[in-house]
Design a protein around this ligand. Structure first.
Ligand code: PMP
Length: 375
């Protein structure tokens, strides 16, 4: 029977307790939210909502076509120029998601005969970029510039190293300076995904590459999402103008995809302008993450020291992680729950995201609930 194998996979998942289900988030949720990626608390900000609404009124509900046909509005250009300038890069190109931006950057920069050196902890979208690329991929130990150096030494043609700047599972930062030095030693490009760094790290939220002194470097390309700190939806690639021109001409997820919706473009632009005006939001998100970590470890939890706004707390098993997250929810707190197969090391975690708009009282309440519901 067609799709019979799906039943087998589904029962294996049920037996392992790894079934995932969708739960709609009520518009007026009473839960204290430490599960979303809205790091700066901008998704519901009136200026961002108005940016989306005004863009939709002017340009319509959708982009109407691919960017090279009818899907480029003035807003796309403004967002690209302002995003590039904010993060310190020559040019930027906006995509319909961060996922599409990562597929574009990796595939377009890894031609036939090239080598891609990829960190073992990279996000699924970078991994998929490696899978689609014409070059050969070598996966190296997590966070290890020496391993990257060694791998680059085996390249027989053009090479890039690919890494998240902040890893989404544990919230640890990549050794960007070491990675850049390794790439420079071999004339390789460095492609980094700053999904969790933009708006949180670097001066006023200019991102992890900016903080590491790599902004504007001719051999560095950065991908970002507009869906976390900027409270919107979409993604972008930032880098030297010649790389961006190359993507316009060669990146399939740019050429064959409908342009980013005007509302998302307008919301991201409004968020970027607000962040420029209120740079203290970035530092506050980091401060909230540190406060969460300090208070959690003080009450005996095993939590990874956060380098950005993601705080990861270890759970004893996948089952207990799911129950712990459900008990938190019942007590009024929304947290993320990471378990296999999303975590390559098999360790289940509660994943908390710090938000710049959390009060001290809310931080204490969250830590209290996590402690009270501990398995
Ligand atoms: N990279 C990383 C590290 C991410 O966490 C995410 C979002 N989960 C993405 C890329 C994908 O971005 P988007 O959601 O905009 O497609």
């Amino acid at each position: 029977m067609a799709f019979g194998w799906i039943d087998e996979q589904a029962s294996a998942r049920r037996r392992a307790g790894l079934v995932r289900t969708l739960r709609p988030r009520p518009a007026d949720s009473p839960l204290l939210d430490l599960a979303s990626n809205d790091y700066l608390g901008l998704a519901h900000h009136p200026e961002i909502i108005e940016g989306a609404a005004e863009a939709a009124r002017t340009w319509g509900g959708g982009a109407t076509g691919s960017r090279l046909v009818s899907g480029t509005t003035e807003l796309h250009g403004e967002l690209e120029r302002e995003l590039a300038a904010f993060c310190g890069f020559e040019a930027a190109l906006v995509f319909s998601s961060g996922y599409a931006a990562n597929l574009a950057a990796v595939t377009a920069l890894a031609p036939h005969g090239s080598l891609v050196v990829s960190d073992a902890g990279n996000h699924a979208s970078l991994i998929d970029g490696c899978r689609l690329a014409r070059g050969t991929t070598q996966v190296v130990e997590h966070g290890d510039p020496d391993a990257v150096r060694k791998a680059l030494g085996t390249a027989k043609g053009p090479a890039i190293a690919v890494s998240d700047t902040v890893f989404s599972v544990d919230g640890d930062a990549a050794p960007l300076a070491g990675l850049a030095a390794a790439c420079r030693a071999y004339g390789a490009g460095l492609v980094v995904d700053d999904a969790h760094g933009l708006g949180v790290l670097g001066d006023g939220g200019r991102g992890a590459p900016y903080a590491a002194g790599l902004a504007g470097a001719p051999d560095v390309v950065v991908t970002v999402t507009l869906s976390k700190s900027l409270g919107s939806q979409g993604g972008a690639v930032l880098g030297p103008a010649k790389v961006i021109d190359h993507l316009v001409n060669a990146a399939r997820t740019f050429i064959f995809d409908t342009g980013l919706a005007p509302a998302a473009t307008g919301a991201a632009l409004a968020a970027l302008r607000l962040l420029r005006r209120e740079p203290e939001r970035a530092a506050r998100a980091r401060e909230v993450a540190r406060a969460l970590h300090t208070r959690l470890t003080a009450s005996g939890h095993e939590a990874v020291r956060p380098d950005a706004a993601v705080v990861s707390v270890r759970a004893p098993s996948p089952d207990q992680a799911v129950r712990w997250a459900a008990d938190c929810r019942a007590a009024g707190l929304a947290v993320g729950c990471f378990r296999p197969p999303s975590v390559p090391d098999g360790i289940s975690r509660l994943r908390l995201t710090a938000r710049a708009d959390l009060t001290e009282g809310q931080i204490d309440r969250a830590v209290g609930i996590i402690g009270d519901t501990r398995p």
